[in-house]
Design a protein around this ligand. Structure first.
Ligand code: ADP
Length: 484
């Protein structure tokens, strides 16, 4: 049983137009703990009708929310931020229960999620317009920024809180209203955040949460002419599908999709720093983040030493139930995720890779996989192309910088890339050539609310966080005043 200080945070209803409601037909879905399969709660299994009502409520609410001042909105967001931080322990406990990540990581995510709310509360007041020097004497040319309108958001299970605030906070700050469909695996974190938003004073209909049937809700969101923007974080195939569905209403889109992050270790790297960065970027959230290193490209001269040190460090990771003290790697989200990891490792071993650590399912249960390091991995193996989304580090070998850059860019994805070197000139050369939206140089952790998060190529469209993240929820309006 989940023990919370504030039991009201465990919401088992959707928030539609300011009301906590059931699905129209009373249907529910169980939310289970990936660590032990226990049912934590049941949430409404809503569909098209409830999504339509939430959109209609958002449309009504937009008519007044758009006219609030940036300072009024910032004030409410600031209160929401404070309430989220005050409930950090409960929100983290809910997250670990429904998602599996270690409690310390869940607490860290709550701080990170709150940081987006604070950041956009501040940025809302700086959405300046422009006055353009006019080409004609009798004209004044002005550009203003306006909220896009009603927005929709679809979020994944790997960051059940941060992906919600990263979309909802800029929308609200810009003066938009928003309807959220959280991942079916992790709706409780989203509902708890919504509860705190209501307590903070977010008016009815400004922020709704609809849990339930992904494709039915997604179809209504994409097809609705009222919804002017859709923001999605998830897999590339679903992103492509939503992009197609949004074409008929020419919606604005933000897509944060899959990645295939390279982690390059050059001969001149600080090897201990590289190992520490590798552990952070690979095994955080059991390897289930879209910016997790997917391919370790290691130069010939340092390969064996790096491999040995990484395998030793991986041996020190503590696998277990995320709620237990000292655990650093929790379960994967479900048995399908484990099956995929198993298949990728099997393919690599069948084609000549060697296991340096792990390499099998963990004895803890069916959602667990051992933190793994594979050596002698080649381009012929499936791990070179596919997102692993699990605790497996495949080590590829390269000879020189040109080969490393070519290998790194040899993918349809372009989200995050990392490299370790102590050569200053190389830092700039390689940073420039990597076809990625985010590059970590001598660091394995790049996410922060103050910087633009997003990808190139098939990894998506748009940026979240930073001042650009607010921009994505605003339209430019050019006003030409003639006859002056
Ligand atoms: P993952 O593999 O991380 O679960 P998905 O892309 O399947 O990635 O899921 C990310 C989010 O997209 C979740 O909220 C999920 O419910 C939602 N989703 C999945 N399929 C659809 C769809 N056809 N339409 C709308 N949303 C969808």
């Amino acid at each position: 049983m989940l023990e919370l200080n504030d039991t009201a945070l465990l919401r088992a209803h959707c928030l539609i137009g300011g009301q906590w409601v059931d699905a129209d037909d009373g249907a529910t879905t169980a939310v289970t703990n990936p660590a032990d399969g226990a049912t934590i709660a049941h949430v409404p299994c809503c569909g098209a009708a409830e999504a339509e009502r939430a959109i209609a409520a958002a449309d009504t609410a937009f008519q007044t929310w758009r006219d609030t001042t940036a300072a009024e909105r910032a004030h409410i967001l600031r209160r929401w931020h404070d309430l989220v931080l005050a409930s950090q322990d409960d929100l983290a406990a809910i997250m670990t229960a429904e998602q599996g990540k270690p409690l310390a990581e869940a607490k860290g995510e709550i701080v990170y999620a709150a940081a987006y709310i604070e950041w956009f509360a501040e940025e809302a007041r700086r959405a300046y317009g422009e006055v353009i020097p006019s080409p004609a004497r009798d004209r004044q040319l002005v550009v203003t920024r306006e909220p896009v309108g009603v927005c929709a958001a679809i979020t994944p299970w790997n960051f059940p809180a941060a992906m919600v605030t990263r979309k909802v906070a800029p929308a609200l700050a810009a003066g938009c209203t928003i309807v959220l469909k959280p991942a079916q695996q992790t709706p409780l974190s989203a509902l708890a955040l919504a509860d705190l938003a209501v307590r903070a004073g977010v008016p009815s209909g400004v922020f709704s949460v609809v849990t339930g049937k992904a494709s039915a809700i997604g179809r209504v969101m994409s097809a609705s002419p009222v919804v002017r923007k859709l923001s999605f974080t998830g897999s590339t195939p679903v992103g492509i599908h939503l992009m197609r569905e949004c074409a008929d209403t020419v919606k604005k889109l933000s897509l944060e999709l899959g990645g295939n992050a390279p982690f390059i270790v050059f001969d001149d790297a600080d090897i201990d720093a590289a190992v520490a960065g590798a552990i952070a970027s690979k095994y955080r959230n059991a390897g289930q983040t879209c910016v997790c290193s997917n391919r370790f490209l290691v130069q010939d001269g340092i390969y064996d030493r790096f491999a040995a040190k990484l395998a030793a460090a991986v041996g020190l990771l503590k696998v277990g139930n995320g709620r237990d003290e000292g655990v650093t790697v929790g379960p994967l989200i479900d048995d399908g995720a484990v099956a995929k990891v198993e298949e990728l490792v099997g393919d690599a071993l069948g084609k000549g890779a060697r296991v340096l650590a792990g390499g099998r399912r963990h004895t803890l249960g069916r959602n667990w996989y051992e933190p793994t390091v594979l050596a002698d991995v080649t381009q012929a193996m499936a791990v070179a192309r596919e997102e692993i989304f699990g605790p497996v580090a495949p080590l590829f070998r390269f000879k020189d910088e040109a080969e490393a850059v070519a290998l790194a860019n040899d993918t349809e994805y372009g989200l995050a890339a990392y490299f370790y070197t102590t050569d200053h000139a190389r830092v700039w050369r390689v940073s420039r050539r990597l076809e990625y939206g985010m590059v970590g140089v001598n660091t394995g952790l790049i996410s922060t609310e103050v910087a633009p998060f997003g990808g190139m190529k098939s990894s998506g469209i748009g940026r979240e966080g930073s001042r650009h993240g607010l921009e994505d929820y605003m339209e430019l309006k050019y006003i030409a005043m003639g006859g002056l």
